[in-house]
Design a protein around this ligand. Structure first.
Ligand code: SF4
Length: 181
């Protein structure tokens, strides 16, 4: 941390600029929308030219991309993956199912509103969103990072009790590691 306010602003600007152009994505292919990821990442839409590329593990990833509905059973794994990611980290909710349950809004076995359980920085709406919409979602995230407004991870830490209470309502017999933030 730098004491001089102006110097800190310059450091923040450079850090956010670098983060914006280096987005490593862990795609958690939970729903049918995952089928739009291959064309987004390969030569037709070529997301890598924007600095967006796949990551192999949570520790290497900056973005957790949740591609559609989340079942009750899967939620536990997704939370665990998110908590293993290092800062700075972001979440993108992909498809209507992550926003309001989508076509599974009355299913007994899916969660309806993703940001009750994880902090979502950007939603991409549609069922299913096309690669153009996915690229637009990444552009939106990059804008928020550059402006220092992609602070979902900070909110998660600050409101951990609220998130934990929601998570535990869905996951019975909670046996999860407590991560040292
Ligand atoms: S939003 Fe549509 S495409 Fe995406 S997971 Fe839900 S039903 Fe499937």
């Amino acid at each position: 941390m730098i004491n001089d306010k102006n110097s800190q602003k310059i450091v923040d600007f450079i850090q956010n600029w670098a983060r914006k152009h280096s987005i490593w994505v862990l795609a958690y292919g939970t729903g049918c929308g995952a089928i739009e990821i291959p064309p987004t990442m390969t030569s037709r839409y070529d997301a890598e030219r924007l600095g967006v590329r796949g990551a192999a593990t949570p520790r290497q990833a900056d973005v957790l991309l949740i591609t559609g509905y989340l079942t009750v059973k899967t939620l536990k794994r997704v939370i665990r993956v998110y908590e293993q990611m290092q800062d700075p980290k972001y979440v993108i909710g992909f498809g209507s199912c992550t926003i309001n349950g989508g076509m599974y809004y009355d299913s007994y076995n899916t969660i309806k509103v993703l940001d009750k359980y994880l902090p979502v920085d950007v939603y991409i709406n549609g069922c299913m969103p096309r690669p153009e919409a996915v690229l637009s979602g990444f552009a939106q995230l990059q804008k928020r990072i550059a402006e220092g407004r992609a602070n979902g991870a900070k909110q998660y830490k600050e409101n951990l009790e609220w998130y934990r209470a929601n998570q535990k309502k869905i996951i019975p017999n909670w046996v999860m590691p407590e991560y040292n933030w």
